[in-house]
Design a protein around this ligand. Structure first.
Ligand SMILES: [Zn+2]
Length: 380
């Protein structure tokens, strides 16, 4: 048996007025996901434990059976794992656009890698501290490592949660380390606009010490591969001991290289037991707050990923689980911690015929703790 885990980031949503009080997933054309739901079993999973922010890091770790209450130290460290970057403390370092003290764009108009790298190089050239280093990641998503002796906690805020709000309220809070982070952000205001017009400072958040996750194979007895467009998931994959597969021409958006991603799944399943495909585009459209575009993004995903795969997989020999990591409702344009619908194909059937937020509630599994999803994936 082979095991495939499909994670369309941020797909779940709320009812949207302009969609006739239905969710984007209900409105989208999803014959392939509906087929899997109809032939499989469904439920709702709580992927964000109580007291945690609904980040993709926390939700995806939970899905993969890692108890974040024990192992989570922040998003920056996970992305650093993905890049093989070392440092005592690692933070996310977004390129952002701030106007009159208001966070206008957390993603620097999706700045391209070349321009983003120029900005990062300029920051490294100008920084006066030998223990601070900026690292280019993907587009606006970059990192900063701090190798000084700071062992205090600092409270930071994701920039995508404060779009349209004054940044002064959300600067890092704490003692010495918080002051350093604020100083770095101040410093960046001089450097960043000299290189690009898409961003005018960095926003530092989501950091901590490097984590040490339990290895997936030791726990579940299967070899794994991670396919994703974003560093975050590659880092989780590496931390769990998976092979991390790179796919050319991916964008992390709805114009991504779907065929490349789907083909990578088919290839990986030949030599691995368990393959994860995480895709980012639907979440990004959720953050844009465009309901119609989200419907379109979901329909495309259903056809170009799910449909493409089920046409080519040996369905007798493949178990498939599909779920978003968290909802990204277009109404609030950010992640929420509510349970997400999930389906498990290749085990038993229930009465659910469609895959969406409401149908799955009536499924065989009911509402479960997301930490139990991998138990279901490998259930006898
Ligand atoms: Zn998101």
């Amino acid at each position: 048996m082979k095991y495939l885990l499909l994670i369309p980031d941020g797909m779940a949503d709320w009812r949207v007025k302009e969609l006739g009080n239905r969710t984007p997933l209900e409105v989208a054309d999803t014959p392939n996901m509906n087929f899997l739901a109809k032939e499989g079993s469904c439920g709702l999973a709580k992927t964000v434990p109580e007291g945690f922010e609904p980040g993709s890091d926390v939700a995806n770790l939970t899905i993969l059976g890692v108890d974040v209450r024990k192992y989570y130290t922040g998003r920056g460290p996970i992305e650093a794992l993905a890049k093989g970057i070392k440092g005592k403390l690692v933070f996310r370092c977004n390129l952002v656009y701030v106007e009159n003290g208001i966070m206008v764009d957390y993603s620097a108009k999706r700045i391209d890698d070349e321009e983003a790298k120029e900005v990062i190089d300029a920051l490294n050239d100008a920084i006066k501290y030998y223990f601070v280093r900026f690292h280019h990641g993907t587009s606006y998503r970059n990192l900063v490592t701090i190798d000084g002796e700071f062992d205090e906690n600092v409270k930071t805020t994701p920039p995508h949660d404060i779009q349209g709000e004054p940044i002064a309220k959300y600067l890092p809070k704490g003692k010495e380390l918080a002051r350093l982070l604020i100083e770095l952000m101040e410093f960046s205001k001089k450097i960043v606009p000299e290189v690009t017009r898409k961003a005018n400072m960095v926003w530092i958040w989501g950091g901590g010490r490097m984590p040490n996750f339990p290895k997936f194979k030791e726990r579940w007895g299967v070899s794994g591969a991670m396919i994703s467009e974003v560093d975050l998931l590659k880092g989780i994959g590496r931390g769990l001991g998976f092979e991390v597969i790179e796919v050319e021409g991916v964008t992390g958006y709805i114009d991504t290289n779907y065929k490349g991603l789907a083909r990578a799944v088919l290839r990986s399943l030949k030599h691995k037991d368990f393959v994860v495909l995480h895709t980012e585009g639907i979440d990004e459209v959720g953050h844009e707050g465009d309901a119609k575009k989200k419907v379109e993004a979901i329909s495309i995903y259903d056809e170009k990923i799910v449909g493409y795969l089920i046409d080519r997989l040996d369905l007798e020999e493949t178990r498939i689980m599909l779920l978003p990591d968290h909802p990204t409702p277009v109404r609030v344009r950010t992640h929420v911690a509510e349970p997400v619908p999930f389906l498990l194909y290749g085990w038993k059937k229930d009465d659910v015929n469609e895959f969406n937020e409401f149908s799955c509630k009536k499924g065989r599994f009911g509402l479960i703790d997301g930490l139990r999803l991998m138990e279901l994936m490998f259930i006898k």
